[in-house]
Design a protein around this ligand. Sequence first.
Ligand code: FES
Ligand code: FE2
Length: 372
Amino acid sequence: MPPIGPSTLDADVYRDPQRYELERTSVLNNSWQIICRSSQIANPGDFHVWSGNGENVVITRRPDGGLAGFHNVCQHRGTRIVPESGTGARRFTCRWHNWAYDIHGRVTGVPDRPDFDREALKGLSSPTIDLEEWGGWVWAVLAGPGVAGPLLDWLGSEIAGELSAYRMEEMRLADKVEWEVDVNWKVCVDAFSEYYHAQALHRIPAADVKDARQSTMDVFGRNGMMVVPLQGALDDLRSTLDHNALAICNYNLFPTAVFNCHRVHTQLFRAVPLAVDKTRFEAWELQYDTDDEEYNDSAEMHWEVVKAIVQEDVDEWTNVAAVAGSSAYRQNIFNERECLITHFHRVCDDMLAGGNGLGLEPKHARDSATLH
Ligand code: FES
Ligand SMILES: [Fe+2]
């Protein structure tokens, strides 16, 4: 464990509407976040409409294979230009008064143009977003190009290297489940950043919990990593250090994504903030693309188990929501094994204060005993 130690956190971090507004502008919109799978917009003209963090964007596959994306907001009177994802786009037309946009968000057509003030229309665009593809995912920075730097720098070489081992770009999206939950987005991120709740909420057998206490955790830049030995695999893991095969590896990608990687399949657990007390929680299931029936059956079986476990996490948020406004809910008390949560909140705080969320790892984090 990195020497982060226990901590406390004021309950208002999860329920202050002003803070939520700041998080949107200073944290969420300024960070690389996953939008969809590359395969969802595979062909030229395929486009994907995404909403989250109070924003709405449309991303299009260009004829040259790259991506173009912009805020899906008509600059005339502020309506959504493109209602839903589709195919065959060369340009988009707002149906209210027929303003036309190219796939970069530039206004290319205005009916009765001379009726407008010429200056107001000059060079008009809906703001563009930054886009990259990696691991078979489409990533975006909603605040635009140049804000968060290149994606791989943002992820950091350690986490990018770790995730590369799972070859997510070769996997297929086998399933996706969404829940709308009445809790702050950080409640969802926290819930997938510790193993402490597994014995109580998921009723994991005591022997496995004992092994899981040997889990390793680490922080890299803004991100966290947790390696939980598979049932009965601790001895092998210790001798081979093959964590990709013998453990479940959790990668907490700041701010809203947690990858849960297992040798058979991988999940992305992701919180999409909708309001201070509303979140779209998503579980994406990736499986290797093969005709091997034995593999497919086993992956499906694993996924059924994971889905049932995640449902228990989601169900618990009903209880969190029930007391979020209570005067008796004053703070969270995190133990040292919940240190990835502590680190995550420190990064959030730093970005809210205008920092870049880097350099907050404890000094000896890299020297701590880890399995990789
Ligand atoms: S609001 Fe889009 S064209 Fe008028
Ligand atoms: Fe859980």
